[in-house]
Design a protein around this ligand. Sequence first.
Ligand code: ADQ
Length: 477
Amino acid sequence: MEIRGRVLSVASECVPLLKTGGLADVVGALPAALAAEGWQMRVLMPAYRSLRGRAEGWAEVFREPDLFGGEGRVLAGEVAGNAMLLLDAPHLYDRDGGPYSGPGGDWTDNAQRFAALSWVAARIAREGLADGWRPDLLHAHDWQGGFAPAYLAYGPPTDVKSVITVHNIAFQGWAPASMLGALRLPYEEFHAEALEYFGGLSSLKAGLVTADAITTVSPTYAAELMRPEFGMGLQGVIAARADRVSGILNGVDTAVWSPEAEERPYALRSLKRKAESRAALCTAFTLDVPGPLAIVVSRLTDQKGIDLIPSVLPDFIAAGGGLAVLGSGDPALEGAMRALEMRFPGRVGVRIGYDEGLSHLMFAGADAVLVPSRFEPCGLTQMYGLRYGTLPVVAAVGGLADTVITANPAGLAAGVATGITFHPTDAAAFGQALRQLLALYADPVQWGQVQRNAMKHPVGWESSAAAYAALYARLAG
Ligand SMILES: Nc1ncnc2c1ncn2[C@@H]1O[C@H](COP(=O)(O)OP(=O)(O)O[C@H]2O[C@H](CO)[C@@H](O)[C@H](O)[C@H]2O)[C@@H](O)[C@H]1O
């Protein structure tokens, strides 16, 4: 296919190299999705300690001698079909621990660490790489890439346009105002319309005020972000640039997330065989559940509404339901999940940790996936649920509202329902949604119909990739 243009994507995580959340899935999926639209993408991310070995023998394609206290070298290679650029700067990234925090909490130099990533991204956008590659567009993700559009905008004039995507507005990349000079930002831009944010700096705000376009990962979240309940302080900044804002839904990799590719394969025409996965799931969690078996696969945080589960679960269990949970996060929520497992042996199973393989068995085997989020920019697990005929029960916010059609009388009569949505995100509405799930489950004809609708719902990247390609084309002229 003819190349329509080149994009430098800059992010702090990317599958399969490093993942702490859905950001990595999306950053890792975009290159192949966009290649199908004629856009060639390379992904720039830090060479964390765990990745340095991977980059051994890779060609050096860019060098920055003065990267906030040391040298930075960009190494080019291929991982899982994606063209990767790893920024090797040992003084910033070669340390034990996670990408954002170590044993003592968040790294105290996170502002410099991700400003450095953004600085190099802007320089590459402007100057190109030693191998002759030069991007037409810079695509930054979340606060970690936020300064990249700013460095591009505040430097000498360039034709390269920038896009910033908000995957989660809760993380804003805050730094004190005293760091302005150290972060190589212009003093004259430290005012409310530009870099200043509640008296300090926010790399996310910097990106939002300087990028040529702002996207987020669902149309509903794009609208929500302009309201105080969801904008988390940045609602005014986003609303002021509403003409540049769009929402493009994430997709999922339909080859990886496919009931036909599982250990106990099934498909739309062989839905009965889903029971084999259900049995395996029950064995894995030591469960025996007469009614609908629900799952939660999630970071255990306030965002995800996990704290509501203990109040709604007893009624669901009493009515025959069961629950398998896989996740990690807030210790209090981990404890609350374990307490439910103790209280309802054989009906509730909990695994604290991260396990991609087990998550596949859970989506294949369960009857429903619960996503009671307070806010959800897009959400991926409800889409896995659709794909596997594992009905999503979701709060009607953000991307959850954009991907699930609720089984109300109108949705059922029109034959389009794919799951159950509820609003607002509280125990009363969530509990009601679970009663609705139980009633639907008790009607095998309707249940089967909704399952089939869900499995037919398109969740791949095709239409979203076309939307990104159209945006890129518009920006690049
Ligand atoms: N314990 C565990 N074991 C195995 N797998 C686990 C797991 N815990 C989580 N996962 C997986 O991690 C991913 C989480 O992605 P989500 O989109 O649901 O949320 P997240 O809030 O991380 O992402 C943010 O960015 C993404 C991408 O834009 C948005 O969709 C989302 O709304 C936004 O909050 C899914 O692939 C899920 O299966």
